[in-house]
Ligand binder design. Structure first.
Ligand SMILES: C[S@@+](CC[C@H](N)C(=O)[O-])C[C@H]1O[C@@H](n2cnc3c(N)ncnc32)[C@H](O)[C@@H]1O
Length: 262
């Protein structure tokens, strides 16, 4: 566990960027402003270390250039997910659009959605043809053949209730035979215990982003184990299958809407 020292809090609503001074818009709530500023700075070529602090005391500092990665820097599971994309694709929580750009380049029709205006502006600057501001729990009508939720794509649903609601809404805009590709991390202990000492589900966490003097408000983030993912998929009339497993509980699942016999 790392020691966290409190930096003087800067109001994100001032609309300042990070060290590059690149302006960014006030949007998406105070929680995500350090993230937005760091990614905007990284896009300007500025060194942009983004610190993520979890409510269990874990502290990780990421180079925000990771959100601008090209296909060569992507991991195997990301390529596996993208290989399964067909037809009209919806990339939810698209960030700076790494997957959207790759699929667009491969000739697919992709719509990218993110809650941050900064992310959407950046996607447009980077060449994304259809980038929209929106919430993962309110997918555009489509219908969609493929929905992508990548880089711990359950996180933006924030809570189990948010995920169940969002998944039901995504199921409603998915064609028969359509699929959702989502990765997440199983945070259960080796004994399968899925509760913390305070009784909360182990994957219902809170994160706080910090970039330079910008400190975001804590935001709930959801990690789901594969058993719950399968259970909630079933509730939404879908079938989930784990198609890849990696280190430390990370996995990729494909959730399909089965085709009815004619
Ligand atoms: C960890 S980044 C991943 C971005 C991208 N999928 C990638 O692989 O680089 C998560 C993204 O989800 C967006 N996000 C978080 N909560 C959201 C929500 N409720 N609705 C839509 N987007 C959300 C954030 O703004 C951020 O761009």
């Amino acid at each position: 566990m790392h020691q966290v020292t409190e930096a003087p809090r800067e109001q994100a609503s001032e609309g300042r960027g990070g060290p590059s001074g690149r302006p960014f818009l006030a949007s998406g709530g105070g929680a995500w402003h350090p993230f937005a500023a760091a990614v905007s700075d990284a896009a300007c070529g500025v060194d942009a270390p983004l610190t993520v602090i979890s409510d269990v005391g874990e502290v990780e500092t990421l180079d925000a250039r990771i959100f601008l990665r090209g296909p060569a820097a992507m991991e195997r599971w990301e390529h596996l997910a993208m290989e399964r994309c067909l037809g009209r694709v919806l990339d939810l929580g698209a960030g700076a659009g790494p997957h959207t750009l790759f699929l667009q380049e491969a000739g697919l029709r992709v719509t990218a959605v993110d809650r941050l205006a900064e992310a959407v502006s950046l996607m447009v600057e980077r060449g994304v043809r259809d980038a929209r501001i929106g919430e993962v729990t309110e997918p555009p009508p489509g219908p969609w053949d493929t929905v992508l939720l990548l880089m711990n794509g359950t996180m933006p649903f924030e809570t189990i209730a948010g995920f169940r609601l969002g998944l039901a809404r995504i199921a409603a805009v998915l064609v028969e035979g359509g699929r959702i590709l989502v990765d997440s991390t199983d945070l259960r202990g080796s004994d399968g215990d899925d509760r913390r000492s305070d009784g909360r589900y182990v994957g219902e966490t809170q994160y706080q982003f910090r970039y330079g003097r910008l400190v975001g408000d804590p935001v709930p983030q959801l990690f789901l184990d594969p058993d719950r993912l399968q259970e909630y998929a079933g509730e939404a009339g879908l079938v989930a299958e784990v198609i890849w497993t990696g280190k430390e509980g990370h996995y990729l699942a494909e959730i399909t809407r089965r085709q009815h016999a004619p």
